[in-house]
Design a protein around this ligand. Structure first.
Ligand SMILES: C[S@@+](CC[C@H](N)C(=O)[O-])C[C@H]1O[C@@H](n2cnc3c(N)ncnc32)[C@H](O)[C@@H]1O
Length: 247
């Protein structure tokens, strides 16, 4: 994706932050267990958004600092988690001192970063031996109805946003591991339409194209044999967790 389009998509998160908070899935406990080592105390949740992962970190009694560049997302985060120290900042310029945290978490956001610049900043703010935990919630598109749902969204995204971006945090890190956690997110049918509407590429569409896309999603959910007529739908997810240790 060219830099202007990338910036437009990243900025789109400022819109509809409350909708994002309402319909995007959180992260399963088994994934959070992997993201932060048991002896960590100070954690930076980078690109914290509305605080979906931040909330799970706070619930574990960790001291959490959140960094997020989008005003709308930050406002939602502050409203939901007033006890968290929240900073305006980016992965490429993290407003924290050197060697100040035991762990950095990045949920659903590493693909937005300039990877070498972000890896250098994460390495700078981590204490030696500290950990980087990166996570993506991917729907399991091997399940046919989920594949059809994803195909609608990918069609809207164009080829630039095809999935498959994996982290390579570089020479400052070792022990890079990937673990998959499988789970179901149970939602109402209309939530699948709302979820589609929170994707960055749906946010930047002209209103008529956005309405047409969401109409196609609504029709799929209403007519596919696996989802038609249900009042609750289990959406299968494969949550991919990547961990690495700073040398
Ligand atoms: C899909 S949201 C994920 C938010 C949150 N971590 C979660 O799990 O719900 C991606 C977030 O990355 C943020 N973001 C985009 N580019 C960024 C950058 N260069 N540095 C830091 N955050 C960025 C966006 O503002 C948005 O809040």
């Amino acid at each position: 994706m060219d830099p202007d389009r990338h910036a437009e998509h990243a900025a789109a998160f400022t819109q509809n932050a409350d909708e994002y908070a309402a319909v995007r899935p959180g992260y399963p406990d088994a994934a959070v267990d992997l993201l932060v080592p048991p002896d960590a105390h100070d954690v930076l949740d980078l690109a914290a958004g509305t605080g979906k992962l931040t909330a799970a970190l706070v619930a574990r009694g960790l001291h959490v600092v959140a960094v997020e560049p989008a005003d709308g997302m930050r406002r939602e985060l502050v409203a939901r988690l007033p006890q968290v120290e929240v900073h305006d900042g980016t992965a490429e310029s993290v407003p924290l001192p050197d060697a100040s945290v035991d762990a950095v978490t990045v949920a659903q956001a590493w693909h937005w970063f300039d990877e070498p610049a972000a890896a250098a900043e994460v390495s700078r703010v981590l204490r030696p031996g500290g950990t980087l935990g990166i996570v993506w919630n991917d729907r399991d598109e091997d399940v046919p109805w989920v594949g059809a749902y994803g195909a609608l969204l990918h069609e809207a995204a164009g080829p630039q946003l095809a999935r498959g971006t994996y982290p390579t945090p570089g020479p400052a890190f070792t022990d890079v591991l990937r673990t998959d956690v499988r789970w179901d997110h149970v939602v109402a049918p209309e939530d699948l339409v709302r979820l589609a509407g929170t994707r960055s590429y749906a946010l930047v569409l002209p209103p008529d194209e956005r309405a047409a896309l969401l109409g196609r999603v609504r029709e799929l959910v209403a007519t596919h044999p696996a989802t038609a007529g249900r009042d609750r739908i289990a959406v299968p997810y494969v949550t991919r967790v990547y961990t690495a240790r700073r040398l």
